[in-house]
Design a protein around this ligand. Structure first.
Ligand code: GTP
Ligand code: SPV
Ligand code: MN
Length: 592
């Protein structure tokens, strides 16, 4: 008698017709074997899937170059297939589930001929956690298989957990022929099923990540009373040794990984890392909000990462405890076999190849590394990893932080009046788009809670769900909003950011523990200038003033844009949010 997992894999074997099926056990030995296969046998675009980097300076590190048309998430080819369009909402593409499955099965037919089907059994979350979920993904890409081993808790133990129950989340993945016309990422939330074809890129292909842990999980959370969020999880330690936990949602490539590993510019303060991208939030038995990070690794943006900006990531990358670390679409110095990217501590290499494998030197105008080039590394290699990372219950959350990339208008930090107002601040979040998804870069779009591309159901219902979670919490966390990216008249960032962001976190912790007053404004509480700890930082008073400025006269376009966005959700928009919107709108109109 075969188990439900074996039965499901056998059906996929018939459909995809791989030459071989390889059940992963998650061991290091197996990973080594697979890296070797990626270097010597499996090809992508006629090139090896992996090449070895300098093992002295970048131990256990391997390089991967993807197809040049496959370097970011493709939101336009991503579908959420509920049984009706309204459930999916205006925030997602919809396809009828039956039609979507037919389309995908057509693409999968014989797609693994001459290839190996890797069967990955993994947990999202610590297997001992009541919140963890068992998953199985098949893939025909050794890059995806190795990446999933870094990003999840993989191994055959998951099969024992699933047993005869048949209770597991299913992911089917094939890189196909990488033609953008035959690229689809389809979600079937009620079946706990993801079907992905035609892309090997992170969020499109590592199905435990955005596809399951956000799109499908957000739907499970809606039905079961919890939240799946695009959030980091951190502990903030003060000089007395007290640790408060916070979660923070910023859109893709807007600073989550950096905040999660922040090296404090203030003596005595320390940030502990629990997660850099995804948080699952549950209401604990004591009525507080608890967070776990379902992932086990980090898939981080390379450009801009250096000892100056994110020293803890640079240390993580040089740590060789967990095998292996991957670099995707960076440049490579051909003299040293070291990866390089814009913003790296090393000077630009004189003799390099760029992310597309073309000869590159500093005289070349184009960027050497793709702006969305990334590394994949285990969180266990991180020197600031929290001792609570495997706590099955998660950590109790004192503060929720929302934030966006805004060159104008939005102050460095402000605080909501209460839960409903905080949810309102999350819901009106806007951010300038980045290279993490294939679209125009730098244009403002509304991205509520940084979840626009990841909410697996109607966002109107999602907002109501946030409201209902607030009602159930005995001690709701305080909700803040941050913007590290405000620029001056010359287009220069006014705030130093990175390690100096601890100054803002410190103020938030003081507010959370009721130790500081704040200035009331129409958008929320803003710090009194003297309350932000600027010791050791040479920031002109004038700049600080500008960073905190709330000029309602400049809010007219913003409120109109919010109105147009809200309008899309019709009756689904919760009354509480409408009320908050009307209050703000009135204040803005008054000031004009
Ligand atoms: P995803 O992995 O796509 O979800 O992104 P993320 O939110 O984790 O973004 P990440 O921390 O990787 O940062 C993206 C880019 O923003 C990098 O180039 C960083 O160097 C830059 N960045 C991060 N924090 C700051 C900051 O405080 N100030 C400035 N100016 N840039 C920052
Ligand atoms: C993001 O785009 O938000 C990422 C990278 O974290 S991906 O895994 O591709 O979604
Ligand atoms: Mn992300």
């Amino acid at each position: 008698m075969s188990t439900p997992v074996e039965k499901w894999v056998a059906e996929l074997e018939v459909l995809c017709q791989p030459d071989k099926v390889w059940w992963f056990n998650g061991s290091e030995e197996e990973a080594k074997k697979l890296i070797r296969i990626g270097m010597e046998e499996e090809k992508l675009n006629g090139n090896p899937v992996f090449t070895e980097l300098n093992q002295k300076t970048y131990p256990n590190s391997y390089y991967h170059r993807s197809h040049s048309n496959d370097v970011a998430r493709t939101e336009q080819l991503t579908f959420v297939c509920h049984d009706n369009k309204e459930k999916t909402g205006p925030n997602n593409n919809w396809m009828d589930p039956k039609a979507a499955k037919e389309k995908m099965n057509g693409l999968y037919k014989g797609c693994m001929k001459g290839r190996t089907m890797y069967v990955l059994t993994y947990m999202m979350g610590n297997p001992d956690s009541p919140y963890a979920k068992a998953c199985v993904q098949v893939t025909d890409s050794c890059y995806v298989a190795i990446s999933m081993r870094i990003m999840t808790r993989m191994g055959k133990h998951v099969l024992d957990k699933i047993g005869k129950s048949g209770n597991f989340v299913k992911g089917v993945h094939s890189i196909g022929d990488l033609h953008p016309e035959r690229r689809f990422i389809m979600h079937f939330p009620d079946e706990g099923l993801v079907m992905s074809f035609g892309s090997g890129y992170g969020g499109n292909a590592l199905l435990g990540k955005k596809c399951f842990s956000l799109r499908i999980a957000s739907w499970l959370g809606y039905k079961e009373g919890w939240l799946a969020e695009h959030m980091i999880v951190i502990g903030i330690e003060d000089p007395k040794g007290n640790i408060s936990y916070a979660v923070a949602a910023l859109p893709s490539a807007c600073g989550k990984t950096n905040m999660a590993m922040l090296q404090s510019a203030l003596p005595g303060y320390k940030v502990w890392t629990l997660g850099d991208d995804i948080a699952w939030l549950n209401i604990g038995p004591d009525g507080r909000l608890y967070a776990i990070n379902p992932e086990a690794g980090m898939f981080g943006v390379a450009p801009g990462t250096s000892m100056k900006t994110n020293p803890n990531m640079m240390r993580t990358l040089k740590n060789n405890k967990f095998f292996p670390t991957l670099y995707t679409n960076t440049a490579v110095n051909v003299e040293t076999d070291e990866p390089w990217w814009e913003g790296h501590d090393d000077p630009a290499p004189k003799n390099a190849v760029d992310w597309q494998g073309r000869k590159w030197d500093p005289s070349v105008k184009e960027k050497a590394a793709h702006p969305n080039s990334r590394f994949t590394v285990s969180v266990s290699n991180c020197p600031t990893v929290s001792k609570e990372i495997n706590n099955p219950k998660g950590v109790p959350i004192s503060a929720i932080i929302f934030g966006g990339r805004r060159s104008k208008l939005i102050p460095l930090v402000y605080e909501s009046h209460d839960w409903n107002h905080g949810v309102f601040l999350g819901s009106i979040m806007g951010s300038e788009t980045t290279a993490a998804a294939a679209h125009t870069i730098g244009s403002l779009r509304r991205d509520p809670m940084a979840m626009l591309p990841f909410c697996g159901y109607n966002m109107g219902d999602y907002f109501s769900h946030w409201m209902s979670i607030g009602k159930k919490l005995k001690q709701p966390p305080k909700i803040f909003f941050v913007n590290w990216f405000r620029t001056d008249e010359n287009g220069k960032y006014m705030w130093p950011g990175f390690g100096d962001n601890i100054r803002v976190l410190k103020w938030m912790m003081e507010r959370t523990h009721g130790r500081k007053a704040a200035k009331e404004t129409a958008i929320g509480y803003v710090p009194h200038e003297e309350d932000l700890d600027l010791s050791g930082l040479n920031l002109p008073k004038e700049t600080l003033k500008k960073l905190f400025e709330v000029n309602l006269k400049e809010w007219e376009n913003e409120i109109d844009d919010i109105n147009a966005f809200y309008y899309k959700f019709g009756d689904k928009l919760p009354a509480e949010l409408k009320k908050e919107y009307e209050k703000l709108d009135k204040e803005i109109r008054k000031s004009l």
